[in-house]
Design a protein around this ligand. Structure first.
Ligand SMILES: [Zn+2]
Ligand SMILES: [Zn+2]
Length: 137
């Protein structure tokens, strides 16, 4: 079940500002793992006066509280993900597309290892995606 993050934010006593709401909506709608700049360019259609700094601050807020994920990829950009269910990623070395691996069956995750309980995993698989492989031929 998808968590109702807007209600959760309200319950913490933090303000669910219009900006926060629009950024969260955008992140939850897309699967492209956008950078802050892409988020900015999209939310600007709804909030023409928003600044890139405000977008950064709100993304930091969402990531800090685990309402959104920030991916640690090999490129220098920060990528954000509105899907906070545990899932891994396949990242194309060539085009940089970040694909979601949603099927739990793909993930050899153990809930416990000898050092303790596993609370969180983050895994990026790298390769050349099918689209790029086809283009090369
Ligand atoms: Zn590719
Ligand atoms: Zn993802």
């Amino acid at each position: 079940m998808q968590r109702d993050i807007k209600t959760e934010i309200n319950q913490t006593g933090d303000r669910l500002t219009k900006q926060r709401q629009v950024i969260l909506d955008y992140l939850q709608k897309v699967t492209c793992h956008p950078t802050a700049e892409i988020v900015y360019n999209n939310v600007r259609r709804k909030l023409p006066h928003i600044s890139l700094g405000t977008v950064y601050r709100n993304l930091d807020y969402l990531v800090d509280r685990e309402y959104a994920l920030e991916l640690n990829t090999t490129d220098a950009e920060r990528h954000f993900d509105g899907c906070i269910r545990e899932h891994w990623h396949y990242i194309c070395d060539k085009c940089g597309t970040i694909y979601d691996l949603r099927r739990a069956g793909n993930m050899p995750v153990r809930k416990k290892v000898c050092w303790g309980k596993v609370e969180r995993t983050e895994c990026n698989l790298y390769g050349i995606c099918k689209k790029c492989a086809r283009r090369k031929k």
